[in-house]
Structure formats: C-alpha cells, structure tokens
Design a protein around this ligand. Structure first.
Ligand code: TDO
Length: 181
C-alpha cells in the first residue's frame, strides 16, 4: 500500500499492492495497522456500505452533521467513477475547495475522506460497484448535503448534464451559500 496526499489537508489517496498470479489477483483492501502507519490517522471504522449504480448516476454531495459526522474510505470494485470531495471545515485553509479523482477497477485507488467533508461521485462506466467504510453509523436525521451543480463549487462532473441520474432527495439539496451564509 502507498499513500499520496491530495491538495486537501487530511484527504489521502491509497494504492494497494496488487499480487498477480496465474489465478488472478489479490489485494489487501484494508489493513488497520498499515492504514495507521501510512496516514497517521487512528480511525475506528464501524460500518461498511456498498452501492451499485448505472452510468450517469450521480450520488452526492453528502455528509452527516454534528456528532454523526463520518470519515470514509471509498473504493470501486468494478467499473469507473469520478469521485469528488469538498472541504467544509470552516477553519481549514482549503475550506470550500474541492478535489476530484478517478477511482476504478483498474487503478484500485482508494480515497480517505476525513470528517467535515462532503462527498459524491458520478459513474463513468456502464455500471459500478462501489464500496466504502465509515467511522460513524448512518443516521437519517443527520443527513445533509450540497447540490451537485452548485455555482460556487463549479464542479466538472465530466459527463453531459442530460445524462445525470440523480435521486429526488439529492435534487433538492441546498447550495454551498445556503449552508454557510
Ligand atoms: C447511506 C445509507 C443509506 N441507507 C438507506 C437509506 C435509503 O433508503 C437508501 C439509499 O440511501 P441514499 O440515497 O442516501 O444512498 P446514497 O445516495 O448512495 O448515499 C451515499 O452517497 C455517497 C455519495 C456517500 O458519501 C455516502 O455517505 C452516502 O451518503 O439506503 C442506509 O440504510 N444506511 C446508510 O448508511
């Protein structure tokens, strides 16, 4: 496993070592000890989630508020996505900045997203199996987010907007300025 810092503090890209042999491949998708050695983050992941989506599906931008804030370690098992995170920590140098990166079955990259960030992704391949660990439990009442086409954030989602498939819940998320006025 190797780790690279992104331009957003505390947000890392991890690349597992891939073992190839005549049968196929093997990776350690998560190892608590190695994760701590590489990132310095002592995270206690308590929930694993998986979603399946078609091309054009855009999930996000999501976060949980207050005591239910979550760090996430996200990856793609099959397919390819553009993953996007936004730093919402008001005391951070990169407050309001976003970072995006492709995560795919091929590159096997993982993104560590600390608490205080919003997260979303769009599916670039025909289908995607997406998997992630969270360090806090799901809490419906604490769900929040920012609308994907927010003008202040101005995120390039890489696909034409007429291909986006967005949940009804995500279509009525507030803007960045609504949240931080
Ligand atoms: C996230 C989540 C959803 N659910 C339920 C609620 C709902 O009925 C159904 C689908 O939920 P959603 O529409 O919120 O799923 P989704 O849009 O995939 O939500 C996820 O999006 C990505 C971008 C994230 O960063 C995640 O943290 C999470 O917010 O699953 C759980 O039971 N537990 C969970 O942890």
């Amino acid at each position: 496993m190797t780790v690279k810092e992104t331009k957003l503090k505390d947000c890392f890209i991890l690349e597992p070592k891939v073992f190839l042999d005549k049968r196929g491949s093997f990776i350690e998708s998560y190892n608590k000890k190695v994760f701590y050695e590489l990132t310095g983050q002592k995270i206690d992941f308590v929930q694993d989630n998986e979603s399946f989506s078609k091309r054009g599906v855009l999930r996000g931008l999501h976060f949980q508020k207050g005591e239910y804030a979550q760090s996430k370690l996200v990856r793609v098992i099959t397919g390819r996505i553009l993953d996007v995170v936004v730093d919402l920590r008001e005391d951070s140098n990169s407050f309001g900045k976003h970072f995006s990166t492709e995560l795919s079955e091929e590159n096997k990259k993982q993104l560590f997203i600390p608490r205080g960030f919003a997260h979303g992704f769009i599916v670039l391949s025909n289908t995607v199996l997406f998997s992630y660990k969270c360090d806090n439990f799901y809490n419906k009442e604490s769900e929040s987010g920012i609308i994907y086409n927010d003008r202040v954030l101005n995120i390039d989602w890489k696909l034409p907007e007429n291909e986006f498939i967005v949940s009804d819940k995500d279509l009525i998320l507030p803007t960045f300025n609504d949240l931080f006025k």
